[in-house]
Design a protein around this ligand. Structure first.
Ligand SMILES: Cc1cc2nc3c(=O)[nH]c(=O)nc-3n(C[C@H](O)[C@H](O)[C@H](O)COP(=O)(O)O)c2cc1C
Length: 220
C-alpha cells in the first residue's frame, strides 16, 4: 500500500487486537521516526508494551492499546506544526504496514508518556496509539471542498486534489477548521481550532501536499 492509498484507507481506530507488533515492523517504525526526528529536530519515540501515555479517559475509551508514539520535541514556536506534519507521516506510514492508529491529542498523559523519554527538556503534545485494529474504522463526517477552500480564477486539478486530500486529514474533534486559498501556484493554509490549531495545521499541510503534489505549488 502506498502512502496515497493509506490516506484514503486510514480512519481512527480505538479498539485493538491483542496482537503484538512484530520486531521487523517496529524496526521500520523506528527508522521512520529517526528520519523525522533528524529532518525536523524532533524527539518522537515509539513505546511498546504499556499504555502509560494514555490518560484515564483514553484507557476507558480504548481497548488493547499496548503501543504508542510520543509526539515530542524542543519547545520552539513551530513545534506543534512540526508534530502535526511528522505525526501525519507516521500514521500514514503505519497504515502502509497494515497497522491502525488513534491520534490522542487531548486524552494523553504527559506524566505517563514522560517515563519513556530520557530527557525532560521537551514538550509533549499528544501520542499516537498504534496496533492492529479490531476493525479498520469508518470515514469521518466531512465538510465540503467549497466550505474550506477558494481559488482565484479557474481551479487547477492539483488544487482540487489537494483540497480533497485535506478533507481526509484527521483533526481534533473532527473540526476541519481549515481555510485554504490558492492564487497561481501559491497556496495559503490556515487553521483555527483553539489549542489544536498548530497541530491540525501541520497535519493539513502534509495531507494537502500529498494530494496536490509538492512540485505544483508553494506555501505562502
Ligand atoms: C490533534 C488531534 C487530537 C485528537 N485528540 C483526540 C482525543 O483526545 N480523543 C479522541 O478520542 N480522539 C482524538 N482525536 C481523533 C479525532 O477525533 C479524529 O481524528 C476525528 O474525529 C476524525 O476522524 P478520523 O481520524 O477517523 O479521520 C484527535 C485527532 C487529532 C488530529
Amino acid at each position: 500500500m502506498t502512502i496515497e492509498e493509506a490516506m484514503k484507507e486510514r480512519h481512527t481506530v480505538r479498539h485493538f487486537k491483542d496482537k503484538s507488533i512484530p520486531s521487523d515492523t517496529t524496526e521500520k517504525l523506528n527508522a521512520r521516526i529517526a528520519q523525522n526526528n533528524s529532518d525536523y529536530g524532533l524527539r518522537l519515540e515509539l513505546v511498546t508494551g504499556n499504555n502509560d501515555g494514555l490518560n484515564v479517559l483514553a484507557k476507558l475509551l480504548g481497548k488493547g492499546i499496548k503501543n504508542y508514539i510520543i509526539l515530542a520535541g524542543p519547545d520552539t514556536p513551530d513545534l506543534d506544526v512540526k508534530l502535526g506534519y511528522c505525526g501525519a507521516d507516521m500514521i500514514l506510514y503505519a497504515q502502509t504496514l497494515g497497522l491502525n492508529t488513534w491520534w490522542i491529542g487531548g486524552m494523553f498523559s504527559d506524566k505517563g508518556a514522560r517515563k519513556s523519554l530520557d530527557t525532560d527538556s521537551v514538550r509533549i503534545n499528544g501520542v499516537l496509539a498504534v496496533g492492529y485494529g479490531q476493525t479498520s474504522g469508518t470515514a469521518h463526517k466531512s465538510k465540503s471542498a467549497a466550505e474550506i477552500s477558494s481559488y482565484n480564477g479557474d481551479t487547477p486539478q492539483w488544487f482540487s486534489d489537494g483540497v480533497e486530500a485535506l478533507l481526509l486529514a484527521p483533526t481534533a474533534l473532527n473540526r476541519q477548521s481549515f481555510d485554504v486559498r490558492g492564487d497561481g501556484s501559491r497556496v495559503c493554509l490556515t487553521c483555527s481550532n483553539g489549542r489544536f490549531s498548530g497541530i491540525d495545521l501541520g497535519i493539513g499541510k502534509y495531507f494537502f501536499e500529498l494530494g496536490a503534489g509538492k512540485e505544483n505549488f508553494e506555501w505562502i
